[in-house]
Design a protein around this ligand. Structure first.
Ligand code: DGJ
Length: 718
């Protein structure tokens, strides 16, 4: 609910639900300040006064009580005397910087940023604050959407040119939040290919700290997420304010500790390659940013974020267990009709219900050097086309899935020869920049988007495709669009991402049963934006289930199990040579959607029997392994060989999954407090009746085991 009250020199907007309050105050009739973000307030009484002191070096506009250099501002503009990192840089037609848009009015209309991923606003309240710069006729609208039932809200900003001359937006953040507490750490995630989501916790230094991507995609290098956490933050203690940007392109999240020890959080698209010419009468929307608040540590943050993503972002088409058999690590580029038909038999034998033909099915694609862009079935490998495989799969009640990397092109493709101007980059002037031997199609162009929609639609219809694995194996550089004027170049990266969203949205609308898996060499573009348009995510190319379990459990800080896919693969593992028992590989691959990525004919009959048994266990516990909330029982790990425990908390039952990591010679039981169960309830573990209090504090017993990398699953019946 939003309470609005008038003050002597402005207004107060109190956005409160049962869990959280977010209070905005307009002061001096123009400045939009943040006055409170924390546990729900019964009422707001300004217990913290704003700083009215006239400080040395502070800048004041004539007649103003407050200085922009000290106020906790909701959004700040460049060159106006707030020397901290700003949210917005706009120049007018004469190249003069816009210095200040001031508050004019508000409304509570439900508004949605067109063509962008957004919280599906089932329950919540909107507040829109209108700011205006009179000299340039720029309107800046700060949007807020407060969730009804969870301690979260969403912010984004609209720029509107209401004048008669064009403006240039050079920076446009989604949110700014000034926080008066200082003794905080920052939590973020970094990584690389096959080593995604490594946690980083460090003190916020004096000065500026930034995480970003300028790679055209959200990237595994840094995730568009930051949490400000208490120094004593642990699994179930400590305050947090967290921000997750719903954006799949380049981004920047900045933290600045200023001279008066306030911390400014700023998040938005990366302005490095950004310059948006805003023509008269047009608008520009920033992506949405999700803000979270809590007081009970990592477990609460994970639960809150997963719940928001589940309830408001993902609209999954996976309604029952999807058990995949993927051909990549069994055949690589050497896939053909014979192997695909064998894979159908293997899928049948093991009880898988989805066959995915991975890379290598199309013309001139026998290695990473091969062609991309034409998407014509290789007749030598598939003399009866893919239709035959799809038919046989369907006859066996197995869904048919296909790998594709639509955003890419190679110079060996017919498409390149027909449309050399469709690549990002300067085709005729400079050496092209290759990565995995490929170039990137210019998705900022409508004709490229239309072409891809046509090609994909044809493939889907001709082969009755149920499932698309959408891959993206390089990042963007340069981001120059051919044949467009200089003043459009600064729009290319943003328009590329919107082009991608448009294609995905069109396919989803056109094929209401189509399931799309998001993959970018594994977890190279996992973000809340992509989760809005896809059903499943291939989180890492690391198929060593121990390593991937580490990545997955860290990702569960933000995202729910239902979006992750994990594949049981061979041992020794293809990427790191790790040898793991079948049971470990099966159980650790069972979080999310279980799949298989190996030649099952190479396994012994006892291994197959064990796999079948554990597959049945997976199906029986799908409501927990796929649909529950995953809560940490051990700290976030950088290393997979450490012990990792999670509680998969369902509505009544729960499941503990514990990975012992590398063994040592201490053969004594460990005790694992379950922390998050309902303390007023009685549970059963095996046939022992135990109270929620005892399980939360005394915990369950983890018996000693012999050997490296064992796992234990303990069911808690509620
Ligand atoms: C990268 C993906 O993550 C792999 O699973 C596989 O699909 C390859 N690309 C194919 O080129």
């Amino acid at each position: 609910m939003i309470k609005v009250s008038k003050t002597e020199d402005g207004m107060i907007f109190n956005l409160s639900n049962q869990k959280v309050s977010y209070v905005i105050q307009i002061v001096d009739n123009k400045f939009v300040t943040n006055r409170y973000f924390g546990p729900a307030l019964p009422f707001f009484a300004e217990s913290r006064d704003l700083d009215e002191g006239h400080h040395a070096f502070a800048v004041y506009e004539e007649g103003n009580k407050f200085s922009v250099s000290n106020l906790p501002l909701e959004y700040s503009f460049s060159q106006n005397g707030d020397y901290r990192q700003c949210s917005s840089e706009v120049r007018d037609a004469d190249n003069l910087p816009l210095t200040f848009a001031k508050y004019v009015s508000y409304d509570e209309e439900a508004v949605h940023p067109d063509n962008l991923p957004q919280l599906r606003s089932k329950n919540g309240n909107f507040l829109n604050l209108y700011l205006k710069d009179e000299t340039t006729s720029l309107e800046v609208i700060l949007h807020y959407f407060l969730l009804d039932d969870l301690a979260g809200l969403v912010r984004w900003v609209t720029y509107k040119n209401t004048g008669s001359k064009s403006l240039n937006i050079e920076k446009a953040n989604s949110l700014q939040l000034d926080i008066p507490d200082t003794d905080l750490n920052m939590l973020s995630f970094y990584g690389t290919h096959a080593n995604e989501f490594v946690p980083s916790v460090k003190p916020i230094p004096d000065g500026i700290e930034e995480i970003s991507s300028n790679r055209g995609s959200s990237s595994p290098q840094h995730h568009p997420f930051v949490a400000l956490i208490d120094k004593h933050f642990d699994l179930n203690h400590g305050n947090f304010v967290a921000c997750n940007l719903m954006w799949s392109g380049s981004f920047k999240i900045g933290l600045e500790k200023d001279q008066s020890n306030q911390i400014r959080l700023n998040a938005g698209i990366n302005e490095d390659n950004f310059d948006w010419k805003l023509e008269p009468g047009t608008i520009f929307n920033t992506p949405q940013a999700i803000l979270l608040f809590g007081q009970n540590g990592l477990g609460e943050m994970s639960s809150l974020s997963q719940q928001i993503i589940k309830d408001y972002v993902v609209e999954s088409r996976i309604t029952k267990p999807l058990l995949t058999l993927n051909t990549w690590e069994s055949a690589y580029f050497d896939i053909d009709e014979k192997k695909s038909l064998e894979a159908v038999d293997q899928a049948k034998e093991i009880g898988a219900n989805l066959l995915v033909i991975d890379d290598g099915w199309f013309e001139n694609r026998n290695s990473e050097d091969g062609q991309l862009g034409d998407w014509i079935v290789d007749k030598d490998k598939f003399p009866n086309t893919l239709q035959k495989i799809s038919d046989v799969a369907h006859q066996n009640k197995i869904k048919f899935g296909l790998w594709i990397e639509p955003e890419m092109i190679t110079t060996s493709s017919k498409l390149f020869h027909k449309h050399p101007d469709w690549i990002l980059g300067i085709n005729s002037l400079r050496n092209k920049l290759y990565s995995r031997n490929q170039l990137v199609l210019d998705l900022s162009k409508i004709e490229v988007q239309d072409h891809l929609i046509e090609v994909l639609s044809k493939l889907i219809e001709e082969n009755q495709i149920d499932y698309l694995k959408w891959d993206f194996n390089r990042q963007l550089a340069p981001t120059f669009s051919q044949g467009v004027s200089r003043d459009v170049q600064g729009k290319v990266e943003y328009k590329y991402v919107l082009g991608l969203y448009h294609i995905l949205e069109t396919l989803r609308n056109k094929y209401p049963k189509l399931i799309i898996e998001n993959c970018a060499s594994g977890g190279g573009r996992v973000d809340a934006g992509m989760l809005y348009y896809t059903d499943q995510t291939w989180i890492s190319d690391l198929t060593d289930s121990l390593g991937r379990f580490r990545i997955l459990t860290n990702m569960a800080t933000l995202y729910p199990l239902e979006v992750f896919s994990s594949h049981f693969s061979k041992s020794p593992n293809e990427q790191d040579g790790r040898i793991l028992p079948v049971e470990t590989r099966m159980i650790l691959s069972s979080l999310g959607s279980l799949g298989f990525e190996l030649d099952l004919d190479k396994l012994s009959s006892s291994e197959i029997d064990m796999i079948k048994e554990l597959k049945d266990w997976y199906v029986d516990n799908y409501y927990l392994l796929h649909d529950s909330i995953c809560l940490p029982l051990t700290p976030l790990r950088q290393n997979a060989t450490d012990t990792i425990g999670v509680l998969l908390k369902g509505k009544s039952d729960s499941l503990v999954i514990y990975s012992y990591g590398a063994t040592d010679a201490v053969h004594q039981p460990q005790y694992l407090p379950l922390k998050y169960l309902d303390e007023s309830r009685i549970y059963y573990v095996a046939d022992r009746k135990i109270s929620g209090v005892e399980l939360n504090y005394a915990g369950v017993t983890i018996p000693p085991v012999m050997g490296d990398f064992r796992v234990k699953a303990i069911k808690i019946f509620g």
